[in-house]
Design a protein around this ligand. Structure first.
Ligand code: CTP
Length: 414
């Protein structure tokens, strides 16, 4: 099981054959999104659900999505010896969600359905994304089975914390489909960032007015998280400075360490602390340009005179990191721009690239598409002189890959 090594970088250009195993968890529907994103990344996807998975998601959904017939047992089409063919031909097997039951079968080599039989035949890398109730996940039997699979080289994506089936919540949720996809693509990718450390800020700062209110912005941190995963999947150690990033969006990857920063000043302090010795500093966080001059110790009450909130300017963290190069790292900024009657997105991007002095500025054209979820958006990557180094339209994880590629090639002087 899982004895084949990751493929070389050049091999990733062509489509890979990816088998998605789906087992009977409440999150089975998310496997449809995983399948769609992997197909969007240009790969041939085959879905092998268990019989219980088909109680959650219909066979025709999986068949229509993947364009391949769906079988659950080796008896559905015995002449084709489906498990051997699918297992041998696979470049990657992703099991998401993986229930405690299927994990136990994989650990013991039980092959009582098409998925577990395929897993026994497969020699390609295997990723499993467990999803189950917290108690089942924490049970020593499950943990021992997970350890067995990891010893055999299976990549285990840790379940995240959050809402589970019914009213329960805790550790046991399936990671976001985008995370699963990036991990999958990572196993098909060369580890060309091995030995490097990237510091990436994500989310949006919140500047307190009083103990319950703040000045903030709508940035979720998705793009920063996608970049952190893209870098980690290529072997980089990543320090992710999370500014108010929702628990459900946070990545779970052994190479990613999450640091917290709430305000612009806290973010600046963290970036300066983590910068020395890093190879790249990437500022995707939306930083509030101003903060209240003082935070009141108690909640501002209504019914009195409306308060005047005096604002003071926050430091420009990116500009500072680009100006003082004692850290030795490559500096990358991010700008979400719209065009208007005074200039195009690119005009504003170029002006910002020059003003900030970063080595690269990623300009995200907002407003042309909705820009939410996996809807395609466009980025243009400018160097400090305003020269276009890359342009790409795609999902956030595809864009993250392009950014990491561009940093890699510009640093190497290609
Ligand atoms: N940035 C920063 N510190 C600030 C403001 C922004 O480090 N105080 C960084 C952001 O993380 C991003 C880049 O600068 O990488 C551009 O942020 P943006 O908000 O677009 O630029 P501003 O300088 O705030 O300019 P404006 O809001 O006027 O467009």
């Amino acid at each position: 099981m899982s004895t084949r090594t990751a493929r070389a970088h050049g091999d990733t250009a062509g489509p890979s054959r990816i088998v998605i195993g789906v087992t009977g968890g409440i999150a089975a529907y998310k496997s449809a999104i995983v399948a769609r994103l992997l197909m969007k990344a240009g790969h041939d996807v085959r879905i092998v659900p268990t019989a219980s998975a088909l109680k959650m998601v219909g066979e025709s959904t999986f068949a229509a999505l993947s364009g391949h017939p769906i079988h659950t047992t080796v008896w559905d089409d015995p002449e084709a010896v489906e498990h051997v063919r699918v297992g041998v031909e696979a470049d990657l097997l992703v099991i998401a969600p993986a229930t405690a039951n299927t994990i136990a079968k994989l650990a013991y080599g039980i092959a009582d359905n098409l998925l577990t039989a395929t897993a026994l035949v497969a020699t390609c890398p295997i990723i499993i994304a467990p999803a189950m109730h917290t108690q089942m996940w924490n049970h020593p039997a499950t943990q021992a089975n997970i350890a067995t699979l990891q010893e055999r080289g299976v990549t285990v994506l840790e379940p995240t914390e959050g809402r589970l089936t019914g009213a329960d919540s805790g550790v046991g949720r399936l990671p976001e489909p985008e995370h699963i996809v990036q991990a999958a693509l990572g196993l098909l990718t060369e580890q060309d960032l091995d030995g490097q450390r990237y510091v990436i800020s994500a989310g949006g700062t919140r500047e307190p007015i009083d103990p319950v209110r703040f000045l903030g912005n709508r940035s979720t941190g998705r793009f920063g998280v996608a970049l952190a995963l893209a870098a980690a999947h290529r072997g980089a150690v990543v320090d992710l400075v999370a500014c108010n990033v929702d628990e459900a969006l946070r990545p779970h990857h052994p190479l990613i360490t999450i640091h917290e920063a709430g305000t612009a000043l806290e973010l600046q302090e963290k970036m300066l602390e983590l910068a020395p010795g890093a190879q790249a500093l990437i500022m995707t966080a939306a930083v509030a340009d101003f903060r209240p001059a003082k935070m009141t110790g108690s909640k501002v009450k209504k019914g009195r005179k409306a308060p005047d909130v005096e604002l003071v300017e926050n430091p420009d963290i990116l500009k500072g990191l680009a100006a003082d190069r004692s850290h030795g790292a490559f500096v990358v900024g991010f700008a979400a721009e719209t065009g208007d009657e005074q200039g195009t997105v690119l005009d504003y991007g170029r002006a910002k690239a020059q003003a900030k002095g970063a080595d690269l500025l990623i300009v995200n054209r907002v407003g042309e598409t909705a820009g939410f979820g996996d809807v395609d958006t466009t980025i243009t990557i400018l160097d400090s002189s305003g020269e276009i180094r890359a342009e790409h339209t795609g999902t956030k994880s595809q864009m993250a890959g392009v950014v990491i590629d561009t940093i890699f090639s510009v640093r190497k002087g290609v």
